[in-house]
Design a protein around this ligand. Structure first.
Ligand code: MLT
Ligand code: ZN
Length: 458
């Protein structure tokens, strides 16, 4: 059947300029950032407001054409790219920023507002957003809510769901659900905004968010520390966390990743020698936290070398060693990206064992690990595998499950991890999730194949 009647109906809703069918224009929406997940879109539609999103979903439901919601396309589990003939609903035009409430520290943002644009809007008023990610220039708040994004400041402010005071979204049949009023207390039935947070575009298309903001801090201090083991780095991080409420970030990386970053970005290594583990700490406060951070580290025997920074440029230079891991890994090949969390007391054993588990299944593969230390959240990147060879991933994720961890700490399940969902969610959990999916999207219109394999949906 021809798609022309659907295209012209969609064009009459969003305007001809905002329905893309030319393969060259559609191409960038069809592949994810890593290059691992790619598919074919029937068309890309870019609605300009909630009413247009609703009309698009109604038309697609009537035509039985599935819809893949897409924000900044910075996801890492294939949850925002089409597979075969879906309509990609891009949020890029949903960029309104309204109703900044200085007293409450809240703002209403369209789903397509990037993290960078949100911060540019609120910073002049003394606020910033509590989540920070390396992909801040492209990641949108809608995508961050749909995936319950984490990032580098979770230890201080929590994940994305902690920042969400309200939400407006459109269900698969086009109906609009909204709780944007922003009253501090509201116990009136199921909390739909929290249900939709982390639902990865499978239950609704998020259109606007009422977001909690945090006060900007005037001073920041960063310490990059070299340690002889991850165990030592964990001990230092836990101690600083206990002593300094100003601690904003505690990130870990290792020599394999550091070498890759230095080579890719043309950076000089931070220290004269190589160490087994690196810990990056950042404190933020209303008064200069540098002295407090240095004092807290003074007695830590486990630190072999250190570098400190307070001004913006110097801090960014230290952060580059951590933040540029993702691009350096991608430049070395198409990675399989695992994003796991294990209890902190088992993290060092996990990191020690994971590369061996990979090598035993793929002798030539390279494992690059880095991540968010305070949550025991490590990004395990495997390079040099055939795209469909998941034996190494399977071994690592089973080990994570044995350790009592999570097979996806912050990136979500997407299409990449569906086969492992059962490792850390019970049959009853998955059945309840499927029942929710069926109740809100009985035709399986939204993001088929994400979270649950296609055959299990509906
Ligand atoms: C990060 O922490 O930098 C992100 O989760 C991206 C990644 O895992 O590559
Ligand atoms: Zn991360």
């Amino acid at each position: 059947m021809t798609s022309e009647p659907l295209f012209s109906a969609l064009a009459s809703v969003v305007g001809q300029a905002h329905i893309l069918t030319d393969p060259e224009l559609v191409a960038t929406y069809e592949v994810d950032w890593t290059g691992r997940f790619r598919g074919r879109a029937l068309a890309v539609v870019r609605p300009g407001d909630t009413a247009e999103v609703s009309a698009v979903l109604r038309l697609c439901a009537a035509a039985r054409v599935a819809v893949v919601p897409q924000g900044g396309n910075t996801g890492l589990v294939g949850g925002g790219v089409p597979t075969d003939g879906e309509v990609v609903l891009s949020s890029r035009r949903l960029t309104s920023l309204t109703d900044l409430d200085i007293a409450a520290g809240e703002v209403t943002a369209g789903a397509g507002v990037t993290l960078e644009a949100l911060n540019a809007f609120v910073r002049p008023h003394g606020f910033e957003f509590g989540i920070d990610l390396a992909s801040r220039g492209s990641a949108t708040v809608g995508g961050m809510a749909a995936t319950n994004a984490g990032g580098v400041n979770v230890l201080r402010h929590g994940m994305m769901r902690a920042q969400i005071a309200g939400m407006e979204a459109v269900l698969a049949d086009g109906s609009v659900v909204s709780r944007l009023a922003g009253v501090g207390k509201d116990n009136t039935g199921y909390d739909i905004p929290q249900l939709l947070t982390g639902s990865e575009g499978t239950l609704a298309v998020i259109t606007r968010l009422r977001l909690r903001l945090v006060r900007s801090r005037a001073y920041r201090a960063v310490a990059l520390l070299a340690c002889d083991s991850l165990g030592d780095a964990i001990a230092v991080a836990l101690r600083v966390r206990r002593d300094l409420p100003t601690l904003d970030a505690a990130e870990a990386f290792f020599p394999e990743g550091l070498d890759l970053v230095c080579e890719h970005a043309g950076l000089r290594p931070p220290f004269g020698a190589s160490y087994a583990a690196y810990l990056l700490l950042e404190c933020a406060a209303d008064t200069d936290p540098a002295g407090g951070l240095a004092d807290a580290l003074l007695t830590a025997q486990a630190i072999r070398d250190s570098a400190f920074a307070t001004d913006t440029a110097a801090r960014q230079r230290l952060w580059a060693y951590r933040e540029r891991h993702t691009e350096a890994i991608n430049a070395a090949g198409v990675p399989q990206k695992l994003d796991v969390a294990v209890p902190l007391d088992r993290l060092a054993s996990f990191v020690a064992a994971a590369p061996g588990l990979v090598r035993a299944r793929a002798a030539g593969a390279r494992t690059v690990i880095f991540g968010h230390l305070a949550e025991g959240n490590m990004h395990v990147n495997i390079l040099g595998l055939a795209p469909d060879d998941e034996r190494a991933a399977d071994a690592v994720l089973r080990f994570v499950a044995e350790l009592g961890g999570s097979i996806s700490a912050e990136h979500g399940i997407g299409r990449a991890k569906t086969r492992w969902l059962h490792l850390t969610r019970s049959e009853a959990d998955v059945a309840a999730m499927r029942a929710i999916k069926h109740a809100l999207d009985p035709l399986g219109q939204l993001n088929p194949g994400v979270i649950f394999p296609v055959r299990e949906q509906g």
